[in-house]
Design a protein around this ligand. Structure first.
Ligand code: 5RP
Length: 251
């Protein structure tokens, strides 16, 4: 099941390297997004060729639908329980392998699945590697009940963290609110930089209407960064990352 030449070569390289880590008998979490979709297709190819016996939980309905369409039977997380590995994309990866996720609006399920995994492997292209998180708007999934109140509390939190005057925008799909797989809404926090991700994560988690934010701190074990030429760079947590080199690689 080889993928067409239109597939981004950097994403494909990262996806292939992650799929190469899969061993027979594993229980896997399947991420969401364009890079994760490439990974799911590569995985389906390996399963078909090698007859691997694997079990799958998906991080979104979109990924579950894709996997099923490729012949991979998806089970609920509760049916499987603990997972050996989750392979997922990211919107930003910093030198500590802290992440921003949720560009696809799936970070709630992605975090639940990653937290139930022995290992979280992130696959990405070089543009995702940053020195400091925050250029990508931080997704925050919130309840529709008291939506504006929650937005106000988030703004107040940002003020206390000296991140005031930033846009906190409701995510839309066309002109309608974006609704997540769990039936919630999303606010995108346009912060530019997040000087203290842990403080922001703590603060957001204390706001009752916040269901989950897209900061994944200390969850990623390995980031595989694909390059245009088909090679990959593997980043382990707290290794030195030459973000400049990686960021310009794919341009
Ligand atoms: C979805 C995510 C994705 O993993 C993230 O947005 C990266 O997506 P892509 O591989 O398409 O760039 O967090 O909620």
């Amino acid at each position: 099941m080889s993928q067409s030449s239109q597939v981004d070569p950097a994403k494909l390289a990262a996806a292939r390297a992650a799929v190469a880590l899969v061993e027979d008998g594993m229980k896997l979490g399947l991420g969401t997004g364009s890079t994760a979709s490439i990974m799911v297709r590569e995985l389906a190819g390996r399963v078909a060729r090698e007859g691997l016996k694997l079990r799958f939980a998906a991080t979104s309905q979109a990924t579950a639908d894709l996997a099923e369409s490729l012949g991979l039977r998806v089970e609920t997380l509760d049916e499987i329980g603990w997972l050996d590995m989750t392979i997922d994309g990211a919107d930003e990866v910093d030198p500590h392998l802290h992440l921003i996720k949720g560009g696809g609006g799936a970070h709630l399920r992605e975090k639940v699945v990653a937290a139930a995994s022995e290992r979280m492997v992130v696959i990405a292209d070089p543009a995702k590697v940053v020195e400091t998180l925050g250029a990508f708007p931080l997704p925050v999934e919130v309840l529709s009940f008291g939506f504006e109140t929650t937005r106000r509390l988030i703004r107040k939190l940002l003020d206390t963290l000296e991140l005031g005057e930033r846009d906190v925008l409701q995510r839309l799909k066309g002109s309608d609110p974006w609704v997540t797989d769990e039936g919630n809404l999303i606010l995108d926090l346009h912060l530019e930089v997040i000087p203290d991700p842990a403080a922001l994560a703590r603060g957001l988690s204390c706001i009752p209407g916040v269901v989950e934010h897209g900061l994944f701190l200390g969850m990623c074990d390995l980031a595989i960064i694909g390059r245009e030429d088909g090679s990959v760079v593997e980043l382990a947590r707290d290794a030195d990352i030459d973000a400049d080199m990686l960021a310009h690689e794919g341009e």
